[in-house]
Design a protein around this ligand. Structure first.
Ligand SMILES: N[C@@H](CCC(=O)N[C@@H](CS)C(=O)NCC(=O)O)C(=O)O
Length: 282
């Protein structure tokens, strides 16, 4: 597990760094970014994994969310993986669409050719990346997970499948019910095939309905802008709240008046999300 440093910049007395490495999950070079707060120079710190949305790389959140000052104060590392495998040999869609293929890995393990050769983002994010981070950096095994849009789907679905691995989960504008929206149907059809029974295992609302042990529940916070143009057609937060009510999961969904789908929305509430995760680390 060797990693190669790509960049390094001091920020708020901590460090933002990018690394690349050969991934065993995705069978290609992957780049990720890590923010190490100043506290990491003295002690191991907990980690927030951030999963970005369609068209993003490891850079969007680090540059636009305004999270690093607060993470520095709270003593929290942040890790941003890429949103898909990349490289010359990695299959893309045929028409350069933004919502499938490169930049749109949907945090699942593809089963369909040609995508299955590299699109194994679920294994990468759940297993390979944390193992690598915990080997190479001064971090504890306390992990939280959050994300935006496709990354909100990733954060919620990964958390609901791995409650024991994370202390808390949050999301901004998540795709809550991908089996029933155009982005999700296109992605799941392409990566997982026509048999929609296999899609359920990556649908946060469906996964939530299966959680029956209240002892295993972890705190969950979702923010959704009311003026998000993707709200009705793609995001469907009501599916998530209905599922939460069905099983008595104490998920907090906040509809935020006037906010859209952009990083302006994320920047407006990221401090509350970081404080929410920090509160549950200890
Ligand atoms: N309007 C975008 C849709 C994609 C989009 O809104 N991406 C969101 C995540 S779903 C994003 O974070 N974009 C990158 C950014 O704002 O930095 C497009 O057509 O390319």
């Amino acid at each position: 597990m060797t990693i190669e440093q790509v960049s390094s910049a001091k920020v708020f007395n901590g460090w933002h760094k990018q690394f690349s490495h050969q991934s065993t999950s995705t069978q290609c070079q992957m780049r990720f970014a890590i923010f190490l707060p100043p506290q990491a120079q003295q002690q191991n710190v907990p980690v927030l994994y951030w999963l970005s949305g369609l068209t993003c790389t490891d850079e969007n959140f680090m540059q636009k969310a305004g999270a690093l000052k607060i993470a520095a104060m709270l003593g929290m590392a942040i890790v941003c993986p890429d949103t898909s495998p990349r490289g010359e040999n990695v299959a893309d869609d045929n028409d350069g669409a933004y919502d499938f293929g490169l930049g749109a890995g949907f945090y699942l393990n593809a089963t369909q050719a040609p995508y299955k050769a590299h699109y194994q983002m679920y294994d990468y994010v759940v297993n390979e990346l944390p193992a690598l981070i915990e080997t190479h950096f001064p971090v504890t095994k306390q992990r939280a997970i959050s994300g935006h849009s496709m990354g909100g789907h990733g954060a919620l679905s990964i958390a609901f499948k791995n409650l024991q691995k994370y202390t808390s989960v949050s999301a901004f504008s998540p795709i809550c019910n991908p089996i029933n929206c155009p982005w999700g149907k296109k992605a799941f059809n392409g990566y997982l095939g026509k048999n929609s029974q296999t899609w359920f295992e990556y649908d946060s609302s469906e996964l939530l309905k299966k959680l029956t042990d209240p002892q295993s529940f972890i705190p969950a916070l979702v923010d959704q802008g009311e003026s998000d143009t993707f709200l009705t057609e793609q995001l469907a937060p009501q599916a998530l709240t209905q599922a939460a009510e069905q099983v008595g999961y104490p998920l907090v969904l906040r509809m935020q008046q006037g906010y859209d789908h952009s990083y302006y929305f994320i920047a407006s509430f990221i401090e509350e999300h970081l404080r929410f995760h920090a509160q549950h680390f200890n």
